[in-house]
Design a protein around this ligand. Sequence first.
Ligand SMILES: Cc1ncc(COP(=O)(O)O)c(C=O)c1O
Length: 417
Amino acid sequence: MPTDPNSSQKPGTFDVEGIRKDFPILHQEINGSPLTYLDNAATTQKPDAVINAVCDYYRHMNSNIHRGVHTLSQRATDAYETSRATLMNFLGAQNPAEIIFVRGATEGINLVAQSFLRPQLQPGDEIILSTLEHHSNIVPWQILREQEGAVLKVAPVDERGVVDLQRYLELFSEKTRFVGLSHVSNALGTINPVREMVSIARERGVPVLLDGAQAAAHQSVDVEELGCDFYVVSGHKMYGPTGIGALFGRLEQLEAMPPYHGGGEMILSVSFDETVYNQLPYKFEAGTPNIAGAIGMGAAIEYMENIGIDAIEAHEQSLLEYSTSQLTGLEGIEITGTAPQKAGIISFNISGAHPHDAGTILDQEGIAVRAGHHCAQPALESLGVQATVRASFALYNTFNEVDRLVEGIGKVQEVFS
Ligand SMILES: Cc1ncc(COP(=O)(O)O)c(C=O)c1O
Protein backbone atom coordinates (compact mmCIF):
# COMPACT_ATOMS: atom_id res chain seq x y z
CA MET A 1 0.00 0.00 0.00
CA PRO A 2 1.39 3.47 -0.78
CA THR A 3 2.28 5.76 2.08
CA ASP A 4 0.28 8.53 0.42
CA PRO A 5 -2.92 7.08 -1.02
CA ASN A 6 -3.16 10.04 -3.39
CA SER A 7 0.15 9.17 -5.00
CA SER A 8 -0.20 7.28 -8.24
CA GLN A 9 2.61 4.87 -7.54
CA LYS A 10 4.59 3.22 -4.83
CA PRO A 11 7.48 5.60 -4.29
CA GLY A 12 10.70 4.73 -5.99
CA THR A 13 9.75 1.32 -7.28
CA PHE A 14 7.84 1.47 -10.49
CA ASP A 15 7.59 4.32 -13.01
CA VAL A 16 3.90 3.89 -13.67
CA GLU A 17 3.49 7.46 -14.97
CA GLY A 18 6.26 6.82 -17.49
CA ILE A 19 4.63 3.54 -18.47
CA ARG A 20 1.24 5.20 -18.95
CA LYS A 21 2.79 7.50 -21.58
CA ASP A 22 3.40 4.39 -23.68
CA PHE A 23 -0.34 3.64 -23.90
CA PRO A 24 -2.11 6.23 -26.09
CA ILE A 25 -5.62 4.94 -25.36
CA LEU A 26 -5.33 5.75 -21.66
CA HIS A 27 -5.19 9.50 -22.28
CA GLN A 28 -8.82 10.23 -22.98
CA GLU A 29 -11.99 11.13 -21.16
CA ILE A 30 -14.99 8.83 -21.00
CA ASN A 31 -18.28 10.51 -20.12
CA GLY A 32 -16.35 13.59 -19.02
CA SER A 33 -13.96 11.78 -16.65
CA PRO A 34 -10.48 10.44 -17.22
CA LEU A 35 -10.58 6.84 -18.39
CA THR A 36 -9.88 4.40 -15.56
CA TYR A 37 -9.39 1.11 -17.31
CA LEU A 38 -9.85 -1.80 -14.91
CA ASP A 39 -11.00 -4.49 -17.34
CA ASN A 40 -7.61 -5.96 -18.04
CA ALA A 41 -8.60 -9.57 -17.51
CA ALA A 42 -10.91 -9.18 -20.52
CA THR A 43 -8.24 -7.53 -22.63
CA THR A 44 -5.26 -5.29 -22.00
CA GLN A 45 -4.46 -2.02 -23.75
CA LYS A 46 -1.60 -1.83 -26.25
CA PRO A 47 1.59 0.19 -25.92
CA ASP A 48 3.04 2.21 -28.83
CA ALA A 49 5.69 -0.49 -29.20
CA VAL A 50 3.01 -3.00 -30.19
CA ILE A 51 0.93 -0.60 -32.30
CA ASN A 52 4.10 0.47 -34.13
CA ALA A 53 5.26 -3.11 -34.69
CA VAL A 54 1.94 -3.97 -36.32
CA CYS A 55 1.93 -0.75 -38.40
CA ASP A 56 5.55 -1.28 -39.34
CA TYR A 57 4.74 -4.73 -40.64
CA TYR A 58 1.93 -3.42 -42.84
CA ARG A 59 3.89 -0.34 -43.93
CA HIS A 60 7.21 -1.99 -44.69
CA MET A 61 7.02 -5.78 -44.96
CA ASN A 62 3.52 -6.98 -45.65
CA SER A 63 3.71 -10.19 -47.68
CA ASN A 64 3.08 -13.85 -47.14
CA ILE A 65 5.58 -15.87 -45.17
CA HIS A 66 7.63 -19.04 -45.61
CA ARG A 67 7.04 -19.53 -49.32
CA GLY A 68 8.25 -16.30 -50.83
CA VAL A 69 11.61 -15.85 -52.52
CA HIS A 70 11.37 -12.08 -52.55
CA THR A 71 12.81 -9.72 -49.96
CA LEU A 72 9.56 -8.63 -48.33
CA SER A 73 8.51 -12.21 -47.78
CA GLN A 74 11.87 -13.00 -46.22
CA ARG A 75 11.62 -9.99 -43.93
CA ALA A 76 8.10 -10.95 -42.85
CA THR A 77 9.16 -14.56 -42.30
CA ASP A 78 12.13 -13.44 -40.19
CA ALA A 79 9.94 -11.16 -38.07
CA TYR A 80 7.30 -13.88 -37.59
CA GLU A 81 9.88 -16.51 -36.62
CA THR A 82 11.68 -14.04 -34.35
CA SER A 83 8.39 -13.64 -32.46
CA ARG A 84 8.17 -17.40 -32.10
CA ALA A 85 11.65 -17.43 -30.58
CA THR A 86 10.67 -14.58 -28.25
CA LEU A 87 7.66 -16.58 -27.07
CA MET A 88 9.76 -19.69 -26.64
CA ASN A 89 12.17 -17.85 -24.35
CA PHE A 90 9.36 -16.07 -22.53
CA LEU A 91 7.62 -19.35 -21.68
CA GLY A 92 10.86 -21.21 -20.92
CA ALA A 93 10.38 -23.70 -23.77
CA GLN A 94 13.40 -25.43 -25.29
CA ASN A 95 12.63 -25.49 -28.97
CA PRO A 96 10.79 -23.10 -31.35
CA ALA A 97 8.99 -26.14 -32.77
CA GLU A 98 7.17 -26.35 -29.43
CA ILE A 99 5.45 -22.99 -30.01
CA ILE A 100 2.37 -23.05 -32.23
CA PHE A 101 0.72 -19.76 -33.17
CA VAL A 102 -3.05 -19.98 -32.70
CA ARG A 103 -5.91 -17.46 -32.48
CA GLY A 104 -5.86 -17.39 -28.69
CA ALA A 105 -6.09 -19.56 -25.60
CA THR A 106 -9.46 -20.88 -26.80
CA GLU A 107 -8.10 -22.23 -30.06
CA GLY A 108 -5.06 -23.71 -28.29
CA ILE A 109 -7.29 -25.68 -25.93
CA ASN A 110 -9.55 -26.89 -28.75
CA LEU A 111 -6.47 -27.98 -30.71
CA VAL A 112 -5.25 -30.09 -27.79
CA ALA A 113 -8.72 -31.54 -27.18
CA GLN A 114 -9.26 -32.61 -30.78
CA SER A 115 -5.78 -33.44 -31.92
CA PHE A 116 -4.09 -34.78 -28.79
CA LEU A 117 -6.82 -36.29 -26.64
CA ARG A 118 -9.62 -37.29 -28.98
CA PRO A 119 -7.71 -39.97 -30.91
CA GLN A 120 -6.77 -41.71 -27.61
CA LEU A 121 -10.17 -41.65 -25.91
CA GLN A 122 -12.36 -44.65 -25.17
CA PRO A 123 -15.88 -44.25 -23.76
CA GLY A 124 -15.65 -43.81 -19.98
CA ASP A 125 -12.15 -42.29 -20.04
CA GLU A 126 -11.87 -39.44 -17.58
CA ILE A 127 -10.78 -35.81 -17.84
CA ILE A 128 -10.11 -33.80 -14.68
CA LEU A 129 -10.82 -30.06 -14.53
CA SER A 130 -11.28 -27.62 -11.68
CA THR A 131 -14.36 -25.58 -10.76
CA LEU A 132 -12.39 -22.44 -11.53
CA GLU A 133 -12.14 -22.98 -15.28
CA HIS A 134 -13.07 -20.41 -17.87
CA HIS A 135 -15.69 -21.73 -20.28
CA SER A 136 -12.86 -22.10 -22.81
CA ASN A 137 -11.42 -24.83 -20.65
CA ILE A 138 -14.76 -26.56 -20.07
CA VAL A 139 -16.66 -26.62 -23.35
CA PRO A 140 -13.93 -28.23 -25.54
CA TRP A 141 -13.88 -31.18 -23.09
CA GLN A 142 -17.68 -31.35 -23.06
CA ILE A 143 -17.54 -31.63 -26.84
CA LEU A 144 -15.22 -34.62 -26.33
CA ARG A 145 -17.77 -36.04 -23.92
CA GLU A 146 -20.37 -35.82 -26.70
CA GLN A 147 -18.02 -37.14 -29.37
CA GLU A 148 -16.26 -39.93 -27.49
CA GLY A 149 -18.16 -40.58 -24.28
CA ALA A 150 -15.51 -39.07 -22.02
CA VAL A 151 -16.37 -38.39 -18.37
CA LEU A 152 -15.59 -35.00 -16.81
CA LYS A 153 -14.53 -34.88 -13.17
CA VAL A 154 -14.28 -31.55 -11.42
CA ALA A 155 -12.05 -30.60 -8.48
CA PRO A 156 -14.08 -28.42 -6.09
CA VAL A 157 -13.02 -25.17 -4.42
CA ASP A 158 -13.51 -23.99 -0.85
CA GLU A 159 -15.36 -20.82 0.16
CA ARG A 160 -12.27 -18.70 -0.64
CA GLY A 161 -12.03 -20.07 -4.18
CA VAL A 162 -9.05 -22.31 -3.45
CA VAL A 163 -8.97 -25.73 -5.12
CA ASP A 164 -9.25 -28.57 -2.64
CA LEU A 165 -6.03 -30.48 -3.36
CA GLN A 166 -7.08 -33.59 -1.46
CA ARG A 167 -10.32 -33.84 -3.45
CA TYR A 168 -8.33 -33.18 -6.66
CA LEU A 169 -6.01 -36.05 -5.82
CA GLU A 170 -8.94 -38.34 -5.10
CA LEU A 171 -10.38 -37.73 -8.57
CA PHE A 172 -7.57 -39.68 -10.25
CA SER A 173 -8.33 -43.25 -11.29
CA GLU A 174 -6.91 -45.74 -13.75
CA LYS A 175 -9.25 -44.16 -16.31
CA THR A 176 -7.85 -40.62 -15.98
CA ARG A 177 -6.49 -39.58 -19.36
CA PHE A 178 -6.06 -35.84 -19.05
CA VAL A 179 -6.02 -32.85 -16.72
CA GLY A 180 -6.91 -29.26 -17.75
CA LEU A 181 -6.36 -26.46 -15.22
CA SER A 182 -6.32 -22.70 -15.18
CA HIS A 183 -3.06 -21.23 -13.92
CA VAL A 184 -4.95 -18.15 -12.69
CA SER A 185 -8.75 -17.86 -12.39
CA ASN A 186 -10.12 -15.00 -14.47
CA ALA A 187 -13.24 -14.68 -12.30
CA LEU A 188 -11.68 -14.75 -8.82
CA GLY A 189 -7.97 -14.18 -9.33
CA THR A 190 -6.98 -17.39 -7.52
CA ILE A 191 -3.48 -18.54 -8.46
CA ASN A 192 -3.66 -22.31 -8.51
CA PRO A 193 -0.75 -24.31 -7.06
CA VAL A 194 -0.18 -25.63 -10.55
CA ARG A 195 3.31 -27.01 -10.01
CA GLU A 196 1.99 -29.30 -7.31
CA MET A 197 -1.14 -30.15 -9.30
CA VAL A 198 0.89 -30.96 -12.41
CA SER A 199 3.25 -33.16 -10.44
CA ILE A 200 0.33 -35.12 -8.92
CA ALA A 201 -0.90 -35.80 -12.47
CA ARG A 202 2.48 -36.63 -13.93
CA GLU A 203 3.29 -39.07 -11.11
CA ARG A 204 0.24 -40.94 -12.38
CA GLY A 205 1.32 -40.63 -16.02
CA VAL A 206 -1.48 -38.19 -16.88
CA PRO A 207 -0.73 -35.31 -19.27
CA VAL A 208 -1.70 -31.77 -18.25
CA LEU A 209 -2.75 -28.61 -20.06
CA LEU A 210 -2.42 -25.32 -18.20
CA ASP A 211 -4.54 -22.38 -19.29
CA GLY A 212 -2.19 -19.44 -18.84
CA ALA A 213 -4.47 -16.77 -20.32
CA GLN A 214 -4.54 -14.85 -17.02
CA ALA A 215 -1.05 -15.70 -15.85
CA ALA A 216 1.50 -14.94 -18.53
CA ALA A 217 1.29 -11.12 -18.37
CA HIS A 218 1.33 -11.04 -14.59
CA GLN A 219 3.99 -13.46 -13.36
CA SER A 220 6.91 -15.30 -14.87
CA VAL A 221 6.07 -18.61 -16.48
CA ASP A 222 8.48 -21.46 -17.06
CA VAL A 223 6.88 -24.46 -18.68
CA GLU A 224 9.86 -26.67 -17.89
CA GLU A 225 9.63 -25.83 -14.22
CA LEU A 226 5.86 -26.26 -14.23
CA GLY A 227 6.26 -29.65 -15.89
CA CYS A 228 3.08 -29.31 -17.96
CA ASP A 229 2.60 -30.89 -21.38
CA PHE A 230 0.67 -27.97 -22.84
CA TYR A 231 0.38 -24.28 -21.94
CA VAL A 232 -1.84 -21.75 -23.74
CA VAL A 233 -1.73 -17.95 -23.81
CA SER A 234 -3.70 -15.14 -25.53
CA GLY A 235 -1.80 -12.23 -27.09
CA HIS A 236 -4.49 -9.66 -26.33
CA LYS A 237 -4.34 -10.36 -22.59
CA MET A 238 -0.61 -9.60 -22.59
CA TYR A 239 -0.59 -6.19 -24.31
CA GLY A 240 -0.53 -7.75 -27.78
CA PRO A 241 -3.09 -7.77 -30.60
CA THR A 242 -6.35 -9.73 -30.65
CA GLY A 243 -6.68 -12.86 -32.76
CA ILE A 244 -3.27 -14.23 -31.83
CA GLY A 245 -2.09 -16.55 -29.10
CA ALA A 246 0.27 -19.45 -28.61
CA LEU A 247 0.17 -23.07 -27.64
CA PHE A 248 3.26 -24.55 -26.05
CA GLY A 249 3.35 -28.33 -26.41
CA ARG A 250 6.08 -30.78 -25.51
CA LEU A 251 7.88 -31.88 -28.64
CA GLU A 252 7.15 -35.57 -28.17
CA GLN A 253 3.44 -34.88 -27.71
CA LEU A 254 3.20 -32.55 -30.71
CA GLU A 255 5.16 -34.96 -32.91
CA ALA A 256 2.69 -37.73 -32.17
CA MET A 257 -0.42 -35.61 -32.82
CA PRO A 258 -2.29 -35.46 -36.13
CA PRO A 259 -2.87 -32.01 -37.65
CA TYR A 260 -5.79 -29.97 -36.38
CA HIS A 261 -6.59 -28.01 -39.55
CA GLY A 262 -5.69 -29.01 -43.09
CA GLY A 263 -4.62 -26.64 -45.85
CA GLY A 264 -1.62 -24.76 -47.16
CA GLU A 265 1.53 -24.27 -45.07
CA MET A 266 0.98 -27.44 -43.06
CA ILE A 267 2.07 -29.75 -45.88
CA LEU A 268 5.34 -30.79 -47.49
CA SER A 269 3.67 -32.26 -50.58
CA VAL A 270 0.14 -32.91 -51.77
CA SER A 271 -1.26 -35.27 -54.36
CA PHE A 272 -4.78 -36.65 -54.57
CA ASP A 273 -3.40 -39.98 -53.38
CA GLU A 274 -1.28 -38.79 -50.51
CA THR A 275 -0.33 -35.72 -48.51
CA VAL A 276 2.87 -35.47 -46.49
CA TYR A 277 2.51 -33.14 -43.54
CA ASN A 278 5.02 -30.44 -42.76
CA GLN A 279 7.35 -30.59 -39.77
CA LEU A 280 6.62 -28.87 -36.49
CA PRO A 281 5.48 -26.23 -35.78
CA TYR A 282 4.06 -25.69 -39.30
CA LYS A 283 2.04 -28.92 -39.16
CA PHE A 284 -0.35 -27.02 -36.87
CA GLU A 285 -0.34 -23.68 -38.69
CA ALA A 286 -2.56 -24.31 -41.71
CA GLY A 287 -3.26 -21.39 -44.03
CA THR A 288 -1.88 -17.88 -43.88
CA PRO A 289 -1.41 -17.10 -40.21
CA ASN A 290 -1.99 -13.85 -38.35
CA ILE A 291 1.46 -12.55 -39.29
CA ALA A 292 0.93 -9.01 -37.98
CA GLY A 293 -0.57 -10.41 -34.78
CA ALA A 294 2.38 -12.70 -34.14
CA ILE A 295 4.81 -9.83 -34.72
CA GLY A 296 2.76 -7.61 -32.39
CA MET A 297 2.72 -10.31 -29.73
CA GLY A 298 6.50 -10.57 -29.92
CA ALA A 299 6.75 -6.80 -29.47
CA ALA A 300 4.41 -7.00 -26.46
CA ILE A 301 6.60 -9.59 -24.78
CA GLU A 302 9.70 -7.49 -25.39
CA TYR A 303 7.86 -4.52 -23.90
CA MET A 304 7.00 -6.47 -20.73
CA GLU A 305 10.51 -7.89 -20.48
CA ASN A 306 12.03 -4.41 -20.70
CA ILE A 307 9.99 -3.39 -17.65
CA GLY A 308 10.60 -6.72 -15.92
CA ILE A 309 7.90 -9.28 -15.23
CA ASP A 310 8.80 -9.47 -11.53
CA ALA A 311 8.43 -5.70 -11.19
CA ILE A 312 5.07 -5.89 -12.98
CA GLU A 313 3.93 -8.63 -10.62
CA ALA A 314 5.01 -6.66 -7.54
CA HIS A 315 3.20 -3.53 -8.77
CA GLU A 316 -0.02 -5.42 -9.47
CA GLN A 317 0.18 -7.18 -6.10
CA SER A 318 0.42 -3.76 -4.40
CA LEU A 319 -2.68 -2.64 -6.28
CA LEU A 320 -4.48 -5.82 -5.27
CA GLU A 321 -3.56 -5.38 -1.59
CA TYR A 322 -4.53 -1.72 -1.64
CA SER A 323 -7.87 -2.29 -3.40
CA THR A 324 -8.69 -5.26 -1.18
CA SER A 325 -8.07 -3.23 1.95
CA GLN A 326 -10.08 -0.28 0.60
CA LEU A 327 -13.05 -2.41 -0.46
CA THR A 328 -12.97 -4.49 2.70
CA GLY A 329 -13.37 -1.27 4.65
CA LEU A 330 -16.55 -0.29 2.79
CA GLU A 331 -19.99 -1.21 4.04
CA GLY A 332 -22.19 -3.28 1.74
CA ILE A 333 -19.32 -4.72 -0.31
CA GLU A 334 -18.92 -8.47 -0.59
CA ILE A 335 -15.67 -9.69 -2.15
CA THR A 336 -15.93 -13.05 -3.91
CA GLY A 337 -12.65 -14.94 -4.08
CA THR A 338 -10.35 -14.48 -1.11
CA ALA A 339 -7.61 -17.00 -1.85
CA PRO A 340 -4.29 -16.26 -0.13
CA GLN A 341 -2.53 -16.46 -3.51
CA LYS A 342 -4.24 -14.11 -5.95
CA ALA A 343 -3.36 -12.23 -9.11
CA GLY A 344 -4.54 -8.63 -9.57
CA ILE A 345 -8.23 -9.41 -9.88
CA ILE A 346 -10.91 -8.37 -7.40
CA SER A 347 -14.49 -9.58 -7.85
CA PHE A 348 -17.20 -8.06 -5.70
CA ASN A 349 -20.86 -7.21 -5.26
CA ILE A 350 -22.41 -4.00 -4.01
CA SER A 351 -25.36 -4.68 -1.78
CA GLY A 352 -28.66 -3.85 -3.52
CA ALA A 353 -27.09 -3.16 -6.94
CA HIS A 354 -26.99 -5.67 -9.78
CA PRO A 355 -23.43 -5.88 -11.17
CA HIS A 356 -24.64 -4.70 -14.59
CA ASP A 357 -26.21 -1.59 -13.05
CA ALA A 358 -23.09 -0.99 -11.00
CA GLY A 359 -20.92 -1.38 -14.13
CA THR A 360 -23.11 1.10 -16.01
CA ILE A 361 -22.90 3.71 -13.25
CA LEU A 362 -19.14 3.23 -12.96
CA ASP A 363 -18.88 3.76 -16.72
CA GLN A 364 -20.63 7.12 -16.25
CA GLU A 365 -17.60 8.00 -14.08
CA GLY A 366 -15.17 6.82 -16.78
CA ILE A 367 -14.39 3.58 -14.93
CA ALA A 368 -14.30 0.44 -17.08
CA VAL A 369 -14.94 -2.78 -15.15
CA ARG A 370 -16.46 -6.11 -16.09
CA ALA A 371 -19.89 -7.10 -14.84
CA GLY A 372 -21.40 -10.55 -15.21
CA HIS A 373 -20.31 -14.16 -14.93
CA HIS A 374 -16.94 -13.59 -16.64
CA CYS A 375 -17.31 -16.77 -18.74
CA ALA A 376 -16.80 -18.77 -15.56
CA GLN A 377 -20.33 -19.58 -14.42
CA PRO A 378 -19.45 -22.73 -12.44
CA ALA A 379 -16.74 -20.87 -10.51
CA LEU A 380 -19.10 -18.09 -9.41
CA GLU A 381 -22.01 -20.43 -8.74
CA SER A 382 -19.84 -22.60 -6.53
CA LEU A 383 -19.34 -19.54 -4.31
CA GLY A 384 -23.03 -18.74 -4.32
CA VAL A 385 -23.12 -15.79 -6.72
CA GLN A 386 -24.45 -15.47 -10.27
CA ALA A 387 -22.49 -12.38 -11.23
CA THR A 388 -19.95 -9.91 -9.87
CA VAL A 389 -18.30 -6.63 -10.69
CA ARG A 390 -14.68 -7.38 -11.54
CA ALA A 391 -11.79 -4.95 -11.42
CA SER A 392 -8.59 -6.37 -12.88
CA PHE A 393 -5.23 -4.66 -12.88
CA ALA A 394 -2.44 -4.24 -15.36
CA LEU A 395 1.00 -2.68 -15.24
CA TYR A 396 -0.31 0.81 -16.07
CA ASN A 397 -2.90 1.03 -13.27
CA THR A 398 -2.37 3.40 -10.35
CA PHE A 399 -3.39 3.75 -6.74
CA ASN A 400 -5.34 6.87 -7.77
CA GLU A 401 -7.41 4.68 -10.02
CA VAL A 402 -8.22 2.40 -7.11
CA ASP A 403 -9.34 5.51 -5.21
CA ARG A 404 -11.51 6.49 -8.19
CA LEU A 405 -13.05 3.02 -8.15
CA VAL A 406 -13.84 3.42 -4.46
CA GLU A 407 -15.46 6.82 -5.17
CA GLY A 408 -17.40 5.28 -8.05
CA ILE A 409 -18.68 2.55 -5.75
CA GLY A 410 -19.88 5.34 -3.44
CA LYS A 411 -21.89 6.80 -6.38
CA VAL A 412 -23.43 3.38 -7.04
CA GLN A 413 -24.40 3.13 -3.39
CA GLU A 414 -25.96 6.62 -3.47
CA VAL A 415 -28.13 5.63 -6.44
CA PHE A 416 -29.25 2.40 -4.79
CA SER A 417 -29.60 3.68 -1.23
C1 LIG B 1 -8.63 -18.07 -17.91
C2 LIG B 1 -9.01 -17.84 -19.34
N1 LIG B 1 -8.89 -18.84 -20.22
C3 LIG B 1 -9.20 -18.69 -21.51
C4 LIG B 1 -9.67 -17.50 -21.99
C5 LIG B 1 -10.01 -17.37 -23.44
O1 LIG B 1 -9.13 -16.51 -24.06
P1 LIG B 1 -9.37 -16.07 -25.57
O2 LIG B 1 -10.81 -15.63 -25.66
O3 LIG B 1 -8.41 -14.98 -25.79
O4 LIG B 1 -9.11 -17.26 -26.41
C6 LIG B 1 -9.85 -16.42 -21.13
C7 LIG B 1 -10.42 -15.14 -21.58
O5 LIG B 1 -11.00 -14.40 -20.80
C8 LIG B 1 -9.49 -16.60 -19.76
O6 LIG B 1 -9.62 -15.60 -18.89
